[in-house]
Write a protein that binds this ligand. Structure first.
Ligand code: F6R
Length: 243
């Protein structure tokens, strides 16, 4: 595990974007596993800048996103599909047919999850998986539980996750209670994992995830045994990590 300490959110974002840009430069047909949420927004801004400057090209890139709310269509402004269009895909030359997000509009969970696993299998391993972390230690929407869920599955979101995500909705009642998420096996099979964390609310869970026991009660703790994990924390998120 490599821990990089950034001085600020902007610094974390620039460093994270540089790692993803290097991945695309070294392997133009990279399969990226991408995340939504507040954490990667700055990374996507920097990637768009690098694209506009001609430094990176998404022509042959594929993106397989981590998760999606159940019940939200693509055109719902809080869907993760929509988030990805607005924050990255609309601004770069990625081909729409190379972009995948679990189908939240399909209420048949078995079908939606199997279809996503089929897509993942078709591509084999993800080259670089970008992750944020929830205050309860979730990665993707793999919430704390008794076991690590391996494949794409439906989850009931924890209260803390609904609380954290309500900022994007009119009220917490509007936050969907269920989501489809890529499983832990798919995340762990990625060749490289890049975990980003920013802000004081992530400080305690970052310590638990990276230095506590490996347990499905803290889903991100499994990353300790990933062979190629890079973590970038800003000052606040890194405050409880050992020197
Ligand atoms: C989003 C995702 C989630 C977020 C996590 C942190 O696709 O998979 O695990 O990364 O909830 O969210 P933010 O970045 O908003 O703090």
């Amino acid at each position: 595990m490599k821990i990089i300490r950034a001085s600020s959110y902007q610094d974390m974002s620039r460093k994270g974007a540089n790692i993803i840009a290097a991945q695309i430069i070294m392997k133009p047909n990279s399969v990226l596993g991408l995340a939504t949420g507040g954490t990667p927004e700055g990374v996507y801004k920097h990637l768009i800048d690098q694209y506009n400057q001609g430094d990176i090209d998404f022509e042959h890139v594929t993106s397989i996103n981590l998760d999606e709310y159940v019940g939200l269509n693509h055109d719902h402004e809080q869907s993760y599909w929509y988030f990805m269009q607005k924050h990255l895909f609309e601004h770069v030359n990625i081909h729409p047919e190379n972009v995948y997000v679990p189908d939240g509009s399909n209420l048949n969970a078995d079908q939606a999850c199997q279809a996503y696993d089929y897509i993942i299998q078709r591509y084999g391993r993800i080259d670089l998986q970008l992750l944020g972390i929830g205050v309860d230690g979730h990665i993707g929407f793999n919430e704390p539980g008794d076991t690590f869920e391996l494949n794409t599955h439906k989850v009931n979101l924890q209260e803390s996750t609904i609380e954290a995500n309500k900022r994007y909705f009119a009220s917490s009642e509007d936050v969907p209670r269920e989501a489809y998420t890529m499983g832990i096996k798919t995340i762990m099979q990625a060749r490289k994992v890049l975990l980003l964390a920013s802000g004081a609310s992530k400080a305690a869970i970052m310590r638990e995830a990276l230095f506590g026991p490996v347990t499905p009660r803290v889903p991100a703790s499994i990353l300790q045994i990933h062979p190629d994990l890079t973590v970038i924390v800003d000052q606040d998120a890194g405050a409880c990590l050992p020197e």
